[in-house]
Design a protein. Structure first.
Length: 112
């Protein structure tokens, strides 16, 4: 199994600011998987951000399935900044999961 060699972390103030538009654009550009980490449900510093994220990710998974991409390429986990080992575990699991799915079929082939 080949694992991704390029993992990028993009920090945002709240998971609620992660737009479906940005997720779709990333998949269109060939990103193999997107992991969204947010505050535990009910513990959002911005009150309802994680509730919005929960709804958006559920919708996006349905949209991915409709378009032919595996919904498993998108994952959300509720985790606090104090849970480093759990975060590392989730990331490792997600990398393995996406690695098993293979490259995003929308990825542009590399020029020779």
């Amino acid at each position: 199994m080949q694992y991704p060699t390029n993992i990028r972390v993009i920090r945002v103030m709240c998971s609620g600011t992660v737009s479906p538009h940005h997720l779709l654009k990333a998949f269109q550009k060939g990103v193999d998987g997107i992991f969204v980490g947010g505050c535990h449900i009910g513990d959002c510093h911005y009150l309802a951000g994680n509730f919005m994220t929960k709804k958006r990710v559920a919708f996006m998974k349905e949209l991915l399935a409709f378009t032919g991409l595996e919904p498993e390429r998108l994952r959300v986990e509720w985790i606090s900044s104090a849970e480093g080992p759990e975060f590392a575990k989730y990331i490792k699991e997600f990398v393995e999961q996406v690695g098993a799915l293979g490259p995003n079929p929308l990825r542009e082939p590399k020029a020779a």
